[in-house]
Design a protein around this ligand. Structure first.
Ligand code: DAH
Length: 355
């Protein structure tokens, strides 16, 4: 039965199935069908027993040659499939690192974070250090040490969020037994904390998040950011304050933007002033943003009240100082002509992608 023609067709059939296998799983099935126990070539081998002894040896050699040929063909196909599968896997797993260079997809810091960093840089360039304080503050730091005893009417200048004091608060910390806790309404309490731990001379700015029980509108947020400034040294005068504010204004907003001070009241400074800057949008000519005045109010400032220095044990006969504080969000608003401050908090991707 194992004539040459039958063997040739078994080999040819086998080679065809091997060539048709597209994946390594398919090839495993083909291997079983071509060389396995139920394969035609195995049947040929079994039939050898019935062959005449004088032809058995030669027939066996011919069958062996077909098995060898098919085994080699399988090995070759296995290699080829492995190469293709590897190439396909690499292509599928490939990371397109060029995507990173697509500017439309690249993330960036929030405009308020960037504005804060630029403000810090400007003041660091003028010789100020940067300090921070907690957002949950005790009544003493937020108000009392800033010359506002309980029931002082000036506390009404800030609509305050009060917190439940923890029962187990440690003495001297915010939350000291029985002491009211607040979300700080301004960064001014950091002045007090700084003077407590650093004896003068002190030159520092203190940026951070503040909270007020305000209904948000185009120019107010209930969560917002301020930057506080403090300079305490021998012989600091109101002239130093005015010069510092003017220098900062030109450095941050540009040489055409100037600052002016107008009398105001704050409990922690005496005298106190509000500071205004040339409207950067119309450069002083008058526009909608500055209500036609050419000036934009940015913050408050003044000479540190001796009562504040006394609260932290600094001798106001020896040391004098100035302080200022203004809104970081407001700076970003003015600089980037943002009509409504609320977009800073809404995380609308269409806004975030623009600034
Ligand atoms: N803390 C004030 C506020 O939030 C701003 C301010 C005014 C800060 C005068 C100061 C200052 O340091 O001297 O309205």
């Amino acid at each position: 039965m194992s004539d040459t023609a039958a063997l040739a067709s078994i080999e040819e059939e086998g080679r065809r199935s091997i060539a048709a296998a597209a994946t390594s799983a398919e090839l495993r099935d083909v291997e079983a069908a071509v060389l396995g126990r139920a394969s035609p070539i195995a049947a040929q081998r079994r039939s050898l027993g019935q062959a005449a002894p004088d032809t058995r040896r030669e027939a066996g050699q011919r069958i062996g040659a077909v098995v060898t040929a098919l085994t080699e063909a399988l090995a070759e196909r296995r290699d080829a499939i492995a190469r293709t599968e590897r190439t396909e896997r690499l292509a599928a797993e490939r990371l397109d690192l060029t995507e990173v260079h697509d500017a439309r997809r690249r993330g960036h810091l929030h405009i308020v974070t960037r504005t804060q960093a630029e403000l810090e840089d400007t003041f660091v360039g003028m010789g100020f250090a940067v300090a921070e304080g907690p957002e949950v503050e005790s009544d003493w730091y937020n108000f009392e040490a800033l010359n506002m005893p309980r029931d002082h009417p000036a506390r009404g200048m800030w609509d305050t969020f009060y917190l439940e004091p923890p029962a187990d608060g440690e003495a001297g910390e915010p939350g000291e037994a029985g002491e009211p806790l607040v979300l700080r309404t301004h960064t001014s309490p950091v002045q007090v904390r700084l003077l407590e731990r650093t004896p003068p001379p002190v030159y520092a700015v203190m940026p951070g998040r503040c909270y007020r029980r305000d209904t948000p509108d185009a120019r107010h947020l209930s969560t917002f950011h301020q930057i506080e400034g403090l300079a305490v040294d021998h012989g600091i005068t109101f002239g130093d304050l005015a010069g510092t504010i003017e220098t900062f204004t030109a450095a941050f907003f540009g040489p055409n933007i100037h600052a002016r001070l107008r009398p105001a009241y704050f409990p922690f400074t005496e005298p106190s002033a509000e500071f205004e800057i040339t409207c950067p949008i119309c450069e002083g000519n008058g526009c909608r943003t500055c209500s036609g005045t050419g000036w934009i109010e940015l913050g408050g400032c003044g000479m540190v009240d001796p009562a504040v220095l006394a609260a932290v044990g600094v001798d106001s006969e020896e040391w004098t100082g100035f302080a200022f504080g203004f809104g970081i969000d407001r700076c970003a608003q003015v600089r980037h002509s943002i009509a409504d401050l609320r977009v800073l908090m809404e995380n609308d991707a269409r806004f975030l992608a623009q600034v």
